[in-house]
Design a protein around this ligand. Sequence first.
Ligand code: SF4
Ligand code: F3S
Length: 106
Amino acid sequence: TFVVGEQCIKCKHTDCVEVCPVDCFYEGPNFLVIHPDECIDCALCVSECPVDAIYSEDDLPDDQQIFMELNAELAEVWPNITEIKDPPPDAAEWANQPNKLALLER
Ligand code: SF4
Ligand code: F3S
């Protein structure tokens, strides 16, 4: 499966949802997740993300392993998103910020 990682937090560009053939993205207040049981591993979304937030689970950095669980957990409770929308107005300021996990809103 593919996994949305930390870079997405407070960026949420949503370009990724437009290309997903199985519509398996789910939207929270400041982050998106992929449902691991629905993703078909097509990899189309990876190059769409302006902040390179999406990883194959095999390539997920060691310090982002928690995002496997977060994607699985939150995809069960957040609503599906299939259409692109405007990112937060301050998305660019957050693009390369480290340690954004504490800012994840549920
Ligand atoms: Fe959707 Fe393909 Fe990305 Fe999985 S890898 S989330 S199926 S676009
Ligand atoms: Fe997030 Fe990138 Fe999609 S910032 S919403 S994973 S395009």
